[in-house]
Ligand binder design. Structure first.
Ligand SMILES: Cc1cc2nc3c(=O)[nH]c(=O)nc-3n(C[C@H](O)[C@H](O)[C@H](O)COP(=O)(O)OP(=O)(O)OC[C@H]3O[C@@H](n4cnc5c(N)ncnc54)[C@H](O)[C@@H]3O)c2cc1C
Length: 494
């Protein structure tokens, strides 16, 4: 990627689109626009107009600081070190490690050889200072900004084991970030410390089989306080990572205050996996695969008792914690997805160049070259959007950047699915086989279209913001018009 060119391109496109939408709404030709008071707006006038409160696009969209998508100098050497680490310490054993998963007798465990390989790579990463990158501006991690981490996470997405070797895998990253931001000293000592050291793993349990969980207000698992303990009852499913024998702690979303206002009814509570009453009923499948030993588990909680102090940040703050967690979690997925798209494109080209049909290389048949071109264009567009969302989180904060995060969440998995689908097509039957990583990559990207919130919910968030901004900007224009019309009258009377 060439940051200078792409940044300039994106900035120009943002201005172009913003102006085009304004002109479109006001029914004026693109090159000669009128403001609400009938003045012709030249380019400098458009800039002034943007600062007067008329713009359709939120001011922050075109703010130069949001458009500075360059990686910091310090992170550049880290990125090089990560690329080298993956090439030298992870790529060489990845195939062997994954193949063992298919043949070992106990699918919900790791073989001694797998443990040796993974722990060896983790040791090398830690010794090289490549550890816990995901915690932005934290004392406990490398303190990378979201923007810097975005560049690194895209590299991690190219190898399915890379994130774990750097202690940067989901769902631990989101859980660690929550513990780091809102945990008490005792909670940090007990759970954050071993997670940061890569000694244990964790899960996040929100989704329930019996309610539409994309609306978290529906969550029905209850937690009731009794003699200094929470008693938890309910059922969760698709709890990623809970099948891993190293998974020791879950953050569970529960309803603690059914009489409070809707967004204050939920809390998040730390539940050790081995607490009596926690029953892992079995794995949920993804396109027919149980994804052992990580797993997406179906779990029942029956009279599970944990200390009162296990609540995170206090009663009724479940939604607030989700805001801390979901921004980073979503953006990390999207960053890694860019890496997946790159990998799919590489595989598409490799296969297209090496196989021949009807006397020509497959890549030269039909519209396959155009498919390659379109994939590259989509990847670069997604990369810019993801970098901008990461930058927005750094500049505006997780809460204010949520529209940007929704944009990438609605855009990236869907588009990456399309690129992987094309790569499978170029591969023929092998594309969906166990000999190619593509089908697994596709399944992963497809599930991201509802995990962490379905596409539709994110589109709704973006569109609602657009409509609200439009209405607010229109009412400002009306006020300005009224002010303009009133002024001469005032002058006359005076
Ligand atoms: C592989 C995988 C891993 C997962 N890991 C976890 C995990 O670790 N922890 C966890 O808690 N959950 C996890 N989930 C669950 C995931 O987060 C939920 O599936 C998701 O939040 C949607 O909830 P739901 O399945 O109940 O869908 P529902 O809420 O029933 O929604 C179904 C559909 O309704 C439509 N819909 C919903 N809202 C709107 C709207 N506003 N506008 C238009 N249409 C709408 C959408 O098409 C949506 O897909 C995982 C899921 C998968 C597949």
């Amino acid at each position: 990627m060439k940051p200078d060119f792409t940044m300039r391109y994106y900035y120009v496109m943002t201005l172009y689109l913003a102006d085009w939408r304004r002109s479109d709404r006001r029914g004026c030709p693109h090159t000669c626009r009128s403001d609400p008071l009938g003045q012709v707006l030249t380019k400098p006038a458009l800039e002034r107009d943007r600062n007067k409160g008329f713009p359709r696009v939120p001011e922050t969209s075109s703010s130069p600081s949001l458009n500075n998508l360059e990686m910091s100098e310090g992170a550049r050497s880290l990125l090089n070190a990560v690329v080298k680490h993956i090439r030298e310490n992870v790529d060489p054993f990845t195939k062997e490690y994954l193949r063992v998963n298919e043949t070992k007798p106990d699918r919900w465990s790791y073989t001694p050889r797998q443990i040796d390989l993974m722990e060896g790579a983790k040791r090398k990463a830690r010794d090289a200072g490549l550890w816990n990158f995901f915690l932005p501006n934290a004392e406990t991690g490398e303190g990378l900004s979201n923007l810097d981490y975005a560049y690194i996470a895209a590299e991690l997405g190219k190898n399915p084991l890379a994130s774990e070797t750097l202690n940067c895998s989901a769902p631990d990253t989101g859980n660690m970030e929550v513990l780091e931001r809102v945990g008490t000293p005792e909670q940090k000592e007990r759970w954050l410390k071993p997670l940061l050291a890569g000694k244990i793993r964790s899960a996040f349990a929100m989704t329930e089989p019996d309610v539409a969980s994309s609306d978290a207000k529906n969550i029905s698992t209850t937690a009731v306080l009794d003699s200094g303990e929470w008693i938890i009852n309910g059922e969760k499913f698709y709890i990623s990572g809970a099948g891993d024998p190293r998974c020791k702690i879950m953050i569970v979303m529960v309803k603690t205050s059914p009489d409070a206002e809707p967004f204050r009814q939920q809390s998040q509570i730390l539940v050790p996996v081995d607490t009596p009453g926690v029953e892992i009923l079995g794995p949920m499948h993804v396109f027919g695969h149980d994804e052992a030993p990580h797993g997406h588990m179906h779990i029942r909680f029956t009279d599970v008792r944990v200390p009162e102090a296990n609540i995170l940040w206090g009663e009724g703050r479940g939604f607030e914690i989700s805001q801390v967690r979901l921004g980073p979690g979503r953006i990390h997925h999207c960053m890694r997805s860019i890496g997946q798209a790159e990998k799919a494109l590489d595989l598409m080209i490799e296969r297209g160049l090496e196989r021949v049909a009807f006397g020509r290389k497959i890549i030269d048949l039909g519209k396959n070259m155009e498919t390659v071109s379109r994939a590259r264009i989509e990847i670069e567009a997604m990369r810019l959007l993801v970098l901008k969302a990461a930058r927005a989180m750094d500049v505006l904060g997780n809460k204010e950047a949520r529209i940007w995060v929704s944009m990438i969440k609605a855009k990236v998995p869907e588009t990456v699915c399309g690129i992987i689908d094309q790569a499978m097509q170029v591969h023929g039957a092998m594309g969906v086989s166990q000999w190619s990583p593509l089908s697994g990559m596709y399944a992963m990207q497809r599930t991201l279209r509802f995990a962490d919130g379905p596409d539709e919910v994110h589109h709704h968030v973006i569109a609602r913001n657009e409509v609200r901004t439009y209405q607010e900007s229109n009412s400002r224009q009306d006020n300005a018009k009224a002010e303009f019309q009133v002024r001469p009258v005032g002058g006359f009377v005076g």
